[in-house]
Design a protein around this ligand. Structure first.
Ligand SMILES: Nc1ncnc2c1ncn2[C@@H]1O[C@H](COP(=O)(O)OP(=O)(O)OP(=O)(O)O)[C@@H](O)[C@H]1O
Length: 240
């Protein structure tokens, strides 16, 4: 089956008293190809845990995760690396992905060098097209990443992920902590990209407005379980 299929997923952690508790409990979700799904929930409900499991940063206690029909749980580092073209993630903290010493251009290009076989000219074309698509000023490409504001760094990590043209995008609190204008700019990049490419997205947030704005479907998680679901109606409203 196409898409990301999460079946009977459990993730347990040990707490301070060494007893285990379930951060995710019997989770079942299907994210269809090119569907934008928002995952909302209060702090500690399990959102980031799910995001980490989806991109192989952690393994579940039990259950299955299938990406386009392929079981990912036992993928080795090498297999994950090969599939980074297919599934990309952006987290709130960009320090793990961006090199502050490199320019914006080099930061995006680095991902293209590592994950695609594009020639230097093709990389340049891809980066310029992406800047145009997302209405970003090309002059930004020359700027050293360390000089960017928090909002700009968040947009850069997003562009870096989008430049790969993944089929699936996992976004964990990408607008969290940003001022309204920066958050709007990040959302606009996502909307424009969605219109242009058939990428699916899991948009993890605790912000209801952005969830409504961006997604076709909203899932609400509480104590590691989906407790509510809403689908966008023709008039653009989501009822949950
Ligand atoms: N590595 C870990 N070890 C132990 N407990 C963990 C670990 N990671 C997460 N947890 C716990 O699992 C639960 C779910 O955490 P998670 O970070 O997924 O929640 P969240 O919904 O993303 O919250 P927030 O919105 O605050 O980021 C929390 O109780 C958290 O303390």
């Amino acid at each position: 089956m196409d898409g990301i299929l999460i079946q009977n997923l459990y993730k347990s952690y040990k707490n301070e008293k060494e007893s285990s508790f379930a951060a995710l409990s019997d989770l079942n979700i299907h994210i269809k190809k090119s569907e934008y799904v928002a995952l909302i929930g209060e702090s500690g409900s399990g959102k980031s845990t799910l995001a980490r499991l989806l991109i192989g940063l952690e393994k579940p206690t039990s259950g299955r995760i299938l990406v386009d029909g392929e079981e990912t749980i036992n993928w080795s580092y090498k297999v994950w690396r090969k599939n980074r073209r297919k599934i990309q993630a952006v987290f709130q903290d960009t320090s793990g992905t961006l090199n502050p010493m490199l320019s914006v251009y080099r930061n995006i290009e680095e991902a293209l060098v590592n994950l695609t076989n594009l020639s230097s000219k093709e990389r340049k074309n891809r980066i310029y097209t992406l800047m145009e698509l997302t209405s970003m000023d090309r002059r930004l490409l020359k700027v050293p990443t360390r000089q960017l504001s928090g909002g700009e760094q968040r947009r850069l990590s997003l562009l870096r992920a989008l430049s790969i043209q993944p089929d699936y995008l996992i976004l964990d609190e990408v607008i969290s902590g940003l001022d309204l204008i920066s958050a709007d700019e990040v959302m606009t990049v996502l909307e424009k990209y969605h219109q242009e490419f058939n990428c699916a997205c899991l948009f993890v947030t605790h912000d209801m407005n952005s969830a409504y704005r961006i997604s076709d479907r909203i899932l609400e998680i509480k104590n590691g379980k989906i407790i509510r679901e809403g689908i966008k109606h023709i008039e653009g409203r989501i009822k949950i």
